[in-house]
Design a protein around this ligand. Structure first.
Ligand code: PEP
Ligand code: MN
Length: 443
């Protein structure tokens, strides 16, 4: 497999790409990235493909989560640790309920660029270019901040490297110890109003762990976890300059993350994103919204995974709670009938966004849970495996989504709304989700 040139990709159309005013500055940023060391290694990407193959076979469950948009300011030890902690806590609950391994993938260390539904943003009669993520331009609503700056691509690389470094240290250096993670879950159940409902599952996990301890079982897996990075492969210059031929296998890998996905807005079959990702050997995802036809999905699978390798391709459906029960069955049925090897994962966030009366972009916790329930119902009725969750969340106590046991209401959104893009589940809402999905998995 060869890597197409950037010119060839650009010739396919620059959908959702910034227009950089300074071509020389862009060239120099790209040159810098081309010489930068890989952030992940091909062998690690292959390990993740193997794990996702287990998801495809119904023998594992994927938990993928993190911010809608990471920010450069958010690269702090506290922030990364909190996000990691909530994901690990969720994974323990899901592993217990699913009785299969949970594959842990962060939506982090590279999630700095956003597709936008409009190229511009208007406030109080002033129209400026839309914010496209810290990898592209500044969030401040000023003409200067909103100019795309290619130096930000280099900053994205550095921020991703720092984040991954922390993640690698936390997940192998004792922080991910299973008993410790479960102790945090016990704290959550004890200390929060929402937690009481989940006491039974938490104490069952407690007993299982105590039993393991009593028989003297102390496997290595209790003390460390495999954790992978992922982001939307959106910015062509960035992803292309980090696509390298692996010396071991002679195959191209995008070494910006273990897994990358194609968004709903850039999944055109003959577009640059599908072309680039069709050439790399990483595991990849594609977001599929409610307008996706079965033919679209089959054509994407054909192009992105022509050898039908299990674990290579994950379909991340994001239909919305209202549409999933009607829309998903045909898609899944036809893909199944074609013998296409794919992991089915539910993104219950992006089909459930609305604007609150206060102007905040938000989501109802109940809609999010209802979409996951619809996803389980559809797959259960078709005999396919509901393979996982793709969630926008944070480890902090933000107020961005309404509902949940803490009863955040629309008026409460203003208290701590910190997302620079889509609303994320708070720490408590995320933990609640894991316990609710645990109930679905056990039925
Ligand atoms: C996202 O994951 O933040 C996103 C923009 O999703 P989608 O491509 O599904 O709209
Ligand atoms: Mn989002």
């Amino acid at each position: 497999m060869t890597i197409p040139s950037l010119e060839e990709l650009n010739a396919l159309g620059r959908v959702q790409q910034p227009t950089y005013p300074d071509a020389a500055a862009l060239d120099s940023a790209v040159a810098r990235l081309r010489n930068s060391p890989p952030l992940v290694f091909a062998g690690e990407c292959d390990d993740l493909t193997e794990k996702l193959a287990a998801v495809t076979r119904g023998e594992a469950f994927l938990l993928q989560g993190g911010d809608c948009a990471e920010t450069f300011d958010g690269v702090t030890a506290d922030n990364v640790r909190n996000k990691l902690r909530v994901l690990l806590q969720m994974a323990v609950v899901l592993t217990y309920a699913a009785s299969v391994p949970v594959v842990k993938v962060g939506r982090l260390a590279g999630q700095y660029a956003k597709p936008r539904s409009s190229d511009t943003e208007t406030r109080d009669g002033v129209t400026l270019p839309a914010f496209r993520g810290d990898a592209v331009n500044g969030f401040d609503f000023t003409p200067e901040a909103r100019i795309p700056d290619p130096q930000r691509l280099v900053e994205m690389y550095n921020a991703s490297a720092a984040t991954l470094n922390l993640v690698r240290a936390f997940t192998t250096g004792g922080y991910a110890d299973l008993r410790q993670v479960h102790a945090w879950n016990t704290d959550f159940v004890r200390d929060s109003v929402a937690g009481l409902r989940y006491e039974k599952v938490a104490s069952e996990i407690d007993r299982a762990l105590t039993f393991m301890q009593a028989i003297g079982a102390d496997p290595d897996e209790f003390h460390r976890v495999d954790f992978y990075s992922s982001h939307e492969a959106l910015l062509l210059e960035y992803e292309h300059s980090l696509t390298r031929i692996d010396s071991r296998t002679d195959k191209p890998y995008d070494v910006s993350a273990h897994m990358v996905w194609i968004g709903e807005r850039t999944r055109q079959l003959d577009g640059a994103h599908v072309e680039l990702l069709s050439r790399i050997s990483n595991p990849i995802g594609v977001k599929l919204g409610p307008t996706t036809t079965a033919d679209d999905a089959l054509a994407l699978a054909d192009k992105l995974n022509p050898d039908n390798i299990p674990g290579r391709l994950t379909f991340i459906t994001r239909f919305g709670a209202q549409k999933i029960r009607d829309g998903l069955p045909t898609l899944v049925e036809k893909v199944k009938a074609a013998g296409t090897q794919v992991a089915w994962v539910c993104d219950p966030m992006h089909g459930n966004t609305f604007e609150a009366s206060s102007g905040y972009k938000t989501r109802r916790f109940d809609d999010v849970i209802d979409e996951v329930q619809g996803f389980f119902d559809v797959h259960r009725s078709l005999g396919t495996w509901p393979g996982g969750l793709h969630v926008e969340l944070t480890g902090d106590d933000v107020t961005e989504c309404v509902g949940g046991g803490e009863l955040i209401d629309e008026a409460g959104l203003a208290n701590r709304y910190e997302s620079v893009c889509d609303p994320r589940l708070s720490r408590v809402q995320s933990l609640e989700m894991s316990f609710l999905v645990a109930e679905m998995l056990r039925k």
